[in-house]
Design a protein around this ligand. Structure first.
Ligand code: SF4
Length: 100
């Protein structure tokens, strides 16, 4: 079954900036064998010109940062939980006020 990833709890996924960032200065794909690409089942990462990139950020599961712990060089980061909570709260408020 293909999951609809365009929304998250009724909120537009494209407005939720939860996805991994790669610190290029720490990323060493030749040493890890592109581990993040192999780990992520949602194809968030891609290999472009020999480097790892976040090609499909909105395919990432909101709140899931498991790939961060897979990177042997600490090159992957995410927004904080508090930043995520703030984003979700403000989107809900915006949608609720638009519905009135
Ligand atoms: S696992 Fe880490 S070091 Fe390896 S390609 Fe991904 S971000 Fe780069």
């Amino acid at each position: 079954m293909v999951r609809d990833r365009s929304t998250y709890t009724g909120l537009p996924r494209s407005r939720i900036n939860w996805f991994p960032r790669i610190d290029k200065s720490k990323c060493k794909p030749q040493e890890c064998g592109f581990h993040c690409l192999n780990f992520c089942p949602f194809k968030v990462f891609s290999r472009v010109d020999g480097v790892a990139v976040v090609a499909q950020p909105y395919e990432c599961n909101v709140g899931d940062e498991s790939c961060r712990f897979q990177c042997p060089f600490g090159a992957i980061s995410f927004p904080t939980r508090e930043e995520l909570r703030k984003t979700l709260r403000s989107l809900r408020e915006e949608l609720n006020s638009n519905a009135k």
